[in-house]
Write a protein of this length. Sequence first.
Length: 233
Amino acid sequence: MNELITAISTGIAAFSATNIDDIVILLLFFAQINTTFRPWHIVAGQYLGFTVLLILSLPGFFGGLVVPQRWIGLLGLIPLTIGLNSLVNWQANASEELVLEIEQVENSTIASLISPNIYTVASLTVANGSDNISVYVPLFANNNLENFIVIIVVFFLLLGIWCYATYQLTHQKTIANFLTRYSNNIVPFVLMGLGAFIVLKSEALSIVKLAVTCLCLTILLKNDDNAQEMEKN
């Protein structure tokens, strides 16, 4: 029972961390609903794109069947590093850049696909899903078949809830604007927590070694950020 609860809570945390930025994309799509672009196009596109991301993440699960769990646990450093990097290299205009990128991809996709409505949403879901794969690979590798199935079921249930909730938010402008502006602030901390959970659960590192690793990663990322700024100047 405890293992089931852990799998469900892990699935919720992983999905929330990797898909909270999709709120921006979904808000943009739902705001453009008309007679030819319907809500079901958006929902179907989200499920199609998300399924592709899960398929691309399956090597993590199969690798976990043959690679020692402690080694697999070190993959938890990937989402942890992504979270730290987001904090160190934070840019205030990240949401605005994402919106511009979405519009550019959408325009090019619409021009190249016969049935653009569903596939435009799906392609953007996949294009925006690099963080999903980097989190799901170590997550799947660190779980057995039963937990894997539970997590997948949780993912698909939450995806439907995500679409419905975002659609409702389009009618609540204040909440929509708040999520669009501040959702990116939450993601780094959830990713770091999830990465730490994977590492500690697999006993790949002790909590002390994990803390030292985080400190070293922060210093390296900060130095890299400073070096890039110097190159620009």
